[in-house]
Ligand binder design. Structure first.
Ligand SMILES: Nc1ncnc2c1ncn2[C@@H]1O[C@H](COP(=O)(O)OP(=O)(O)OP(=O)(O)O)[C@@H](O)[C@H]1O
Ligand SMILES: [Mg+2]
Length: 254
């Protein structure tokens, strides 16, 4: 489903991704964790063809990504982005479109779906994420959690084979986090292949089948979620899981 071989990406002199090699089987849910600046967002952007890279190869959802794509190859990237959906931390809904039109846009542009068909599918997807009655609302009329659920529905509208999530709950208050995590969990249950950058223990422990630990542009650890959680081999992994497992300090305690 996904094969990444020797992936390297630089920003100026800095190697942001350094010789990443990994595979993802169909239906796997990979949690990508690690410290800030480790390259997690950059990796997702490369997988979605939003960023070019300097060396290596990516095969994903039937598309082949290589360094320095020709204009002809670049034209395929729009179709790739329907097959490989990306959900951002900050939702990025189109502010001038209703929720339903945000969802209907890509099927119309990319697949040439008719207006009525795209609207019908948007209504189904809105119902699936618990927003069946909010299709006419604009982003500013929706809570953060609702906006993120629309963004997930929009990603699903491309009938993706792979869904990428970049810290989908980090911008949300705790009560909205739960509603979005519930939707992610349901989508995961549908058998779609997913890569989720997250600090949420609930997602890492209960939804992910595998864990990748990314640090300084290196994939320093990868394995089945249960094994990595029980006994992280990398010091970065140990630190990371110790920190997100630590109980919140109680109010008033120093
Ligand atoms: N457009 C850019 N120009 C220059 N450097 C960049 C650019 N985008 C990212 N970087 C650098 O690449 C490195 C990896 O960034 P990236 O955003 O992928 O990390 P991350 O693991 O997602 O971090 P975080 O957990 O904070 O989101 C960082 O050192 C960052 O400063
Ligand atoms: Mg990031």
């Amino acid at each position: 489903m996904i094969s990444i071989r020797g992936l390297c990406k630089r920003h100026g002199q800095r190697a942001v991704l350094d010789d990443i090699t990994a595979t993802v089987e169909r239906g796997e849910i990979v949690a990508i964790v690690g410290p800030s600046g480790g390259g997690k967002s950059t990796l997702l952007r490369c997988l979605n063809a939003l960023d070019d890279f300097d060396a290596g190869e990516i095969d994903i959802a039937g598309f082949s990504l290589r360094p320095a794509p020709t204009p002809a190859l670049r034209k395929q990237h729009r179709r790739l982005r329907a097959a490989v959906g990306l959900v951002f931390q900050q939702f990025h809904l189109f502010p001038h479109l209703s929720a339903a039109d945000n969802i209907a846009l890509a099927p119309r542009l990319v697949r040439g779906a008719g207006r009525a068909e795209a609207r019908r599918r948007a209504a189904e997807l809105l119902a699936q994420v618990g927003l069946g009655d909010r299709g006419d609302a604009f982003a500013h009329q929706l809570s953060g959690g609702q906006q993120q659920r629309v963004a997930i529905a929009r990603a699903l509208a491309g009938a993706p084979e792979v869904l990428l999530f970049d810290e989908p709950t980090s911008a949300l208050d705790p009560e909205m986090r739960d509603e979005v995590m519930q939707v992610i969990r349901e989508v995961a249950g549908g058998g779609i292949t997913m890569l989720v950058v997250t600090h949420e223990m609930q997602l890492v422990a209960n939804v992910a089948t595998r864990i990748w630990v990314l640090d300084g542009g290196h994939l320093v650890e990868q394995g089945p979620a249960s094994e990595v959680l029980a006994q992280p081999k990398s010091s970065v992994g140990r630190d990371f899981f110790a920190r997100i497992r630590a109980p919140e300090p109680s109010p008033g305690s120093k």
